[in-house]
Design a binder for this molecule. Structure first.
Ligand SMILES: [Zn+2]
Length: 121
């Protein structure tokens, strides 16, 4: 389970090495410690996009539902709409690097590393 803790701190989910990002979004090709190739196959990051989409959908439902519930019977619809739209625009941009490392942690849980997943092999 440590791979998920490392993923939530934007570390390599295999060994915990940091940094694995050159900037907020730009990930290094391999881990500087364990040489894991981060993009293990073409289309690999679709899993990260799925996680990002699922998290924002849950956050939207939770925020919208809570806002309506707290302000019922007279919810300020315009403010609630502005808030959830703003959140839906900004949160995925912030969360995407975490979605990538979380996806890698999930993938490493179910698909063990082979020689082809390590740089220089
Ligand atoms: Zn590593």
């Amino acid at each position: 389970m440590h791979q998920f803790r490392w993923a939530l701190t934007r570390r390599c989910p295999r060994c915990g090495h940091k940094p694995v990002f050159e900037s907020w979004y730009r990930m290094t090709t391999t881990c500087g410690e364990c040489d894991l190739l981060f993009e293990r196959e073409p289309g690999y990051w679709v899993g990260a996009m799925t996680i990002n989409t699922a998290v924002i959908a849950l956050l939207f439902l939770g925020t919208f539902g809570t806002a309506v519930w707290l302000t019922w019977p007279d919810p300020p619809w315009a403010w609630i709409a502005a808030g959830v739209v703003g959140m839906n625009l900004l949160f995925p941009v912030f969360f995407y690097p975490f979605a990538k490392t979380l996806w890698m942690a999930i993938d490493l849980t179910f698909q063990k590393v082979t020689d082809q997943d390590e740089f220089g092999s």
